[in-house]
Write a new protein. Structure first.
Length: 173
């Protein structure tokens, strides 16, 4: 896949420590096969990025929702993360899925305080300046003069497609 190595290790750590019954869903084709067939889609403008997100984010999530029979989806979106999230409601419908955003109105400071107060773990790359995490090739550290949105997809987009209504009528999400 395209996640940071630290993300894979952090998932294992959380799964073990919290005794989670984690189900992993990935793209139907490997990263190597994707690049052999399509090149580096994330470098091919808006349409390439859209195809990349469909293959690596949207389709696997939709497959997970369908196979697991999920009726609702809890997502960690926050209004402060970008204008595409500012007008969200705490509970929304997207295609056939109910989506719930329990931390929608928390600020970054409030999130940090909650994590500290409750002794929760946070992603190890946070301490290195990564305030939003996705794939290694489309995530950058927060630097002076940047907004949090600028750290994803070179500032071209905040969203990876999971929180945008799909035109595919067979999709649940």
């Amino acid at each position: 896949g395209y996640l940071f190595p630290e993300t894979y290790r952090f998932a294992v750590e959380l799964t073990e420590r919290l005794n989670l019954n984690l189900k992993k869903y990935r793209a139907c084709i490997s990263a190597a096969e994707q690049e052999a067939l399509h090149g580096r889609l994330w470098e091919k403008g808006h349409e390439g990025l859209k195809q990349y997100n469909l293959i690596n984010k949207v389709e696997p999530m939709d497959r997970a929702v369908q196979e697991l029979g999920a009726k609702a989806w809890l997502a960690g979106l926050r209004r402060s993360q970008g204008e595409t999230r500012a007008s969200r409601k705490v509970v929304e419908s997207q295609n056939k899925m109910t989506k719930i955003y329990p931390i929608l109105d928390l600020s970054g400071r409030e999130m940090h305080e909650y994590i500290e107060t409750n002794g929760l773990s946070y992603h190890p790359l946070w301490d290195l300046g990564y305030v939003s995490l996705g794939d290694w090739h489309s995530t950058s550290k927060l630097k002076a003069g940047m907004s949090e949105s600028d750290t994803r997809f070179g500032g071209a987009s905040r969203e990876c497609g999971l929180h945008e209504a799909s035109s595919n009528v067979d999709f649940q999400i």
